[in-house]
Design a protein around this ligand. Structure first.
Ligand code: HSE
Length: 445
């Protein structure tokens, strides 16, 4: 380390929770970070529309401006951190920072999952780095692990709990037997869920993150538009209970898998065997399981959000860039792990009908002779093999004297399209009295 080398200068766009955390951790650990990076790292300029809040957060010696473009235009700034979020102004600023020859660190999963191809191409052409460890699973260094630690492997699949808000809600639903809407309100009151939680509860946030992991794992372009996205809003407390009775927990999983005909890319609630470590990730915690052909199964667990956990990832990117920015651009770790000219053009994302997995089905049926036989007969005709069946007593389901009951069926692996067609037929049976509930099941073995 050259003592005389001046610190690398960083400009920060948007100082909310993560930005403040980045300041605090950089300050607190500055000596150790300098010893690792080989050079000091200083945030010298901050842009935020709320300059009063920004000034209070950063203290003396840091220039605070309301215009983000003033940061990008400053020739002394080497790295721009984008913490604004969203696809709008954040995209323009990231593109402008790249055009100005700045390296970029961002936590913006939405931006990269949707516009990553354009952004990485621009960065490549300009010879700058766009680092995004904080975009997936907050403080867990999963991008580093996939892009560097596991490069020997042919990655087979990734399954992750990569949205803390929904994992908190599901944990509460299970613990307290409450329904989704009640727990969501409580989560908002406690600050676990945003005032507008749409991206979290509808699975969009998790889909952004798994889209990025999929690109890195399989060397394919980011293709958020091809992801299958299902959230947790329709989950009923009774399905969580039935799953438990069958030895499973329901989690919102982001899954990407190398399958026979292409790549699976999907987010949806799934039954996971209760004995799996992933099933025991509770509250707002995140965890990602990666299966590589050489290493086998590896698990990464930690905080997926929050001020200092996310700052930990942002600063890791700052250190990486500080170490590598003088290296020949061709020698740096590629943005998506594979060299741009070696990205795969033959692995397409599979339509959901071609995905093969197993299923939990719940049918509200009339409690009368022959129903079970008709249902199982129809499944047999469709070639769907049953793994387990659970039927509750009618009184337990609908109260004393009830003439309805719940029939729960677990299937073996089947093509989703086959299940779609069979469910349409089952739904038309007169003894099936309510919309059939279908939740996918992932053994993760
Ligand atoms: N809203 C996300 C979550 C954190 O609940 O996990 C940021 O990605």
């Amino acid at each position: 380390m050259t003592e005389s080398m001046k610190p690398i200068q960083v400009g920060l766009l948007g100082i909310g929770t993560v930005g403040s955390g980045t300041f605090n951790v950089l300050r607190r650990n500055q000596e150790e970070i300098k010893r690792r990076a080989g050079r000091g790292i200083e945030i010298t300029m901050v842009a935020d529309l709320d300059t009063a809040r920004a000034s209070a957060a950063v203290g003396e010696g840091v220039q605070v401006v309301s215009d983000a473009r003033a940061v990008i235009a400053n020739p002394d700034i080497d790295i721009v951190i984008e913490l604004i979020g969203g696809y709008g102004i954040a995209k323009q600023l990231v593109m402008e920072a790249i055009a100005a020859g700045k390296h970029v660190v961002t936590a913006n999963k939405a931006l990269l999952a949707v516009h990553g191809t354009e952004i990485f191409e621009a960065a490549q052409a300009k010879g700058v780095m766009v680092a995004f460890e904080a975009a997936v699973a907050g403080g867990i260094p999963i991008i580093k692990a996939l892009r560097e630690g596991l490069t020997a492997n042919s990655i087979q699949w990734i399954a992750g709990i990569i949205n803390g808000t929904t994992n908190f809600i599901l944990s509460e639903m299970r613990d307290k037997g409450l329904d989704f809407a009640t727990v969501l309100k409580e989560a908002q009151r406690l600050g676990y869920a945003e005032a507008d939680p749409t991206f979290d509860i509808e699975g969009v946030d998790a889909a952004h993150k798994v889209t990025l992991m999929s690109a890195i794992a399989f060397g394919i372009p980011v293709q958020f538009a091809k992801a299958h996205v299902e959230g947790i809003t329709k989950l009923a407390a009774q399905d969580i209970k039935y799953a438990e009775q069958l030895g499973y927990r329901i989690k919102l999983l982001g899954i990407t898998r190398r399958a026979a005909g292409g790549i699976e890319l999907r987010v949806h609630p799934a039954l996971v065997p209760a004995k799996r470590l992933l099933a025991n990730v509770e509250g707002a915690m995140n965890a990602v399981v990666v299966h590589g052909d050489a290493v086998g199964t590896t698990l990464y667990y930690g905080k997926g959000a929050g001020s200092e956990p996310t700052a930990s990832a942002v600063i890791a990117d700052l250190v990486d860039i500080t170490r590598l920015h003088t290296a020949d651009a061709a020698q740096r770790v590629p943005h998506l792990a594979f060299h741009p000219n070696a990205m795969s053009d033959h692995l397409d994302v599979l339509p959901m009908r071609d995905v093969v997995t197993s299923y939990y089905l719940r049918l509200r049926v009339a409690d009368e002779a022959g129903v079970l036989a008709r249902v199982t007969g129809l499944l047999a005709n469709a070639g769907i093999s049953i793994d387990a069946v659970l039927q509750r007593e009618a009184d337990e389901v609908g109260g004393e004297g009830s003439t309805q009951t719940d029939l729960i069926i677990l299937t073996h692996d089947t093509k989703e399209g086959t299940v779609d067609d069979a469910l349409a037929e089952l739904q038309a049976l007169p003894s099936v009295l309510a919309p059939i509930v279908r939740i996918r099941k992932e053994e993760l073995s």
